[in-house]
Design a protein around this ligand. Structure first.
Ligand SMILES: *Cc1c(COP(=O)(O)O)cnc(C)c1O
Length: 392
């Protein structure tokens, strides 16, 4: 029977997303609904454009939010750039890189995949070789922060590789935006997208996207129309810019949420926000090691916002995650793809990135691991996290 009461429990969201939304964001979503062409709503959209450019560190004119989660941003970027017969090279070191490659193929591209082990970043030298071998490449795609592995691929080397081939650089910043430095213009990235429910502390629902003038020229001079109507960037931009041409009914409350989330990021300050994520992430990773666990990702490329920690031999993955949720209300993620059953994915993103969550998880997980027969050294884990927090 359908329950007549609606009372989702309060959880501590420490998985790969969604993360906990900021109370101010949830309050903003309670505001009255405006029409999607109401001058007051259009003003809110304009504010979002300005704040998005600040948070993405770009001057790109075409910087908006697509309706839908991070994947809608990915699809908007890929489908608008690729035409049938194009060539693309995608660096893949986890689940989301493969998704970019698959989308490019669906758009009609011939895709070269450049793989890296799940736990290491994409190697720019290998991508350069693949681009040179392929010839005129329309798009080079990489994921900045691989949420499936906890690895960050430094973006700097990739723009010259794409541009040398006459192509565009696409960068997935879904998990990095608002948590670690994202610098679109400094990188020279051409098509970038993100999401709201990772480090921006809003519910899932819209996707920031930004296109460089170079990418916009490519999109405007397509020979074939983009094969998605809903995410056709030229139609979306005609609504977001001064033309205000109806395309779809904007998800009003989600735009409120985006507005408030971006304002919160700018109030905190990008540098401070990155430092907070860095501090808490490193404390958690030190704490895991203190418990006797092993962090999976290469240490130099380890993300602070998403940690993959190896599941010890003899410990039951599902039982541990179930106990965390049932007894402590804590959600963490299981492994994806190559890492299924091998790691847990622990997020400290946005609002969820705080000291309290670091200690809560270390003690709760430590206790559950001991029940599972793994001798987690809880005092040592807590001490290691404390030492790391006190050192900065
Ligand atoms: C979460 C995520 C996505 C997909 O976003 P959804 O909001 O789930 O659609 C894409 N790329 C990366 C790196 C992600 O972490």
């Amino acid at each position: 029977m359908v329950s007549s009461t609606f009372s989702p429990p309060t959880r501590i969201l420490m998985g790969p997303g969604p993360s906990g939304a900021h109370p101010r964001v949830l309050r903003a979503m309670n505001a009255p609904i405006l029409g999607h062409l109401d001058p007051e709503f259009l003003r809110i959209m304009d504010d979002c454009r300005i704040m998005l450019r600040q948070v993405l560190r770009t001057e790109n004119e075409v910087t908006i939010a697509t309706p839908g989660t991070g994947t809608s941003g990915m699809e908007a970027a890929v489908m608008n750039i690729i035409e049938p017969g194009d060539k693309a090279v995608v660096g893949i070191c986890g689940y989301f890189g493969e998704r970019i490659a698959e989308m490019a193929e669906r758009a009609g591209a011939t895709v070269t995949r450049v793989h890296a082990p799940w736990g290491s970043p994409v190697d720019p030298a290998k991508v350069r070789d693949a681009v040179r071998a392929a010839g005129a490449v329309k798009m080079v795609g990489i994921v900045h922060a691989e949420t499936s592995t906890g690895v960050m691929t430094p973006v700097e080397p990739f723009a010259p590789i794409a541009h040398e081939a006459g192509g565009l650089l696409l960068v997935d910043c879904v998990t990095s935006l608002g948590g670690v430095p994202v610098e679109i213009d400094r990188w020279g990235a051409d098509a970038v997208y993100s999401g709201t429910q990772k480090c921006l502390s809003a519910p899932p629902g819209v996707a920031p996207v930004s296109f460089s003038p170079r990418a916009w020229d490519v999109i405007k001079s397509r020979e074939t129309p983009c094969n998605t109507f809903y995410l056709d960037m030229q139609l979306l931009e005609a609504y977001w810019d001064g033309r205000r041409a109806y395309h779809h009914t904007a998800p009003i409350s989600m735009i409120y949420a985006l507005h408030e989330a971006l304002a919160l990021v700018l109030d905190e300050g990008l540098d401070q926000r990155w430092a907070r994520h860095e501090r808490n992430g490193r404390a958690l990773q030190a704490g895991f090691e203190g418990l006797g666990l092993v962090n999976h990702a290469d240490v130099e490329y380890r993300l602070p916002v998403l940690t993959t920690v190896r599941i010890p031999e003899g410990v039951n993955d599902a039982e541990v995650r179930g106990a965390l949720l049932k007894r402590h209300g804590i959600e963490i993620g299981g492994g994806l793809g190559d890492l299924k059953g091998k790691v847990w994915r622990v997020g400290l993103m946005g609002e969820s990135s705080n000291e309290g969550n670091v200690f809560l998880l270390l003690s709760a997980l430590g206790r559950i691991l001991r029940e599972q027969g793994f001798k987690a050294d809880i005092p040592n884990g807590i001490a290691a996290a404390t030492a790391r927090l006190s050192s900065v």
